[in-house]
Design a protein around this ligand. Structure first.
Ligand code: MD3
Ligand code: FE
Length: 226
């Protein structure tokens, strides 16, 4: 009997869509932990808080340093907000659209971020920044690294709400072929350690409907930026 080609097996596994939302929590690799449905109970409260933030600092499509309009709409809360414009990417305490500070981190946000970091083994996480991403159908985030934060030893906590999305999990170079992982409503991922610098992105959002958000996906990323 012939053994299946090991190389072909690996390639097959690599292209399969991994669905942590459909089994137990998975560690993508050391330092990247998917906490399945961790935020599902709080979803309504999170959505109400997102609305409150967007009333103060409205949704906007930022432009990349090269002048492209981002398909993802964004806003921020916390002491520092992530911004992108023709001069590059950075964190700033002031929303350039309102010329006022970003709204404070809602209590329900801060509590969830700290609880998730704890569950993943990062005690004493004290986020000072939360970027809120809003994906309409077709919106995507191309492969990138997050490197505007001061201390890469601090974890990042991300929370997915609404329509599921295919997350691209690349390696430490842009050209490494990414794994694909489905992130569903309520999933929380804690990224720390070596995984913190990996390339990552989101495939174009599929047209879909979710009871709480309609055709939209929201993602919160909590960071210690400064
Ligand atoms: C892995 N957001 O805002 S969340 C981003 O779904 C971003 O909106 C995506 O990438 C989203 O920068 C992905 C998952 C995520 C967030 C930050 C990371 C994964 C990460 C930082 C380092 C490594
Ligand atoms: Fe990112």
């Amino acid at each position: 009997m012939t053994r299946p080609d090991r190389q072909a097996q690996l390639a097959l596994f690599d292209t399969a869509l991994e669905m942590p939302g459909h089994c137990e929590n998975v560690e993508l690799e050391p330092g990247a932990v998917v906490l399945r449905a961790f935020a599902r109970e709080e979803a309504r409260a999170l959505l109400a808080a997102i609305e409150g933030v967007a009333e103060v600092s409205p949704w906007r499509h930022m432009s990349t340093a090269r002048g492209w309009r981002m398909s993802v709409a964004m806003t921020n809360c916390g002491e520092a907000g992530w911004i992108s414009d023709r001069t590059g990417y950075r964190y700033d305490a002031i929303d350039p659209q309102t010329n006022r500070p970003w709204p404070a981190l809602p209590g329900v946000f801060a509590a969830l971020a700290v609880r998730a970091a704890d569950a993943a083994g990062f005690a004493h996480f004290a986020p000072d920044a939360c970027l809120i991403n809003r994906y309409a159908p077709g919106a995507r985030l191309s492969l990138h690294q997050d490197r505007n934060e001061r201390d890469f030893g601090e974890p990042i906590v991300s929370v997915s709400i609404g329509v599921p999305a295919t997350f691209l999990w690349g390696g430490c170079t842009r050209t490494a072929r990414p794994r694909r992982v489905l992130l569903e409503h309520g999933d929380v991922v804690v990224w720390g350690g070596a995984a913190r610098m990996n390339f990552h992105g989101i495939d174009p959002l599929q047209a879909d409907a979710h009871a709480l958000t309609g055709n939209v996906r929201f993602n919160l990323t909590f960071r210690r930026a400064r």
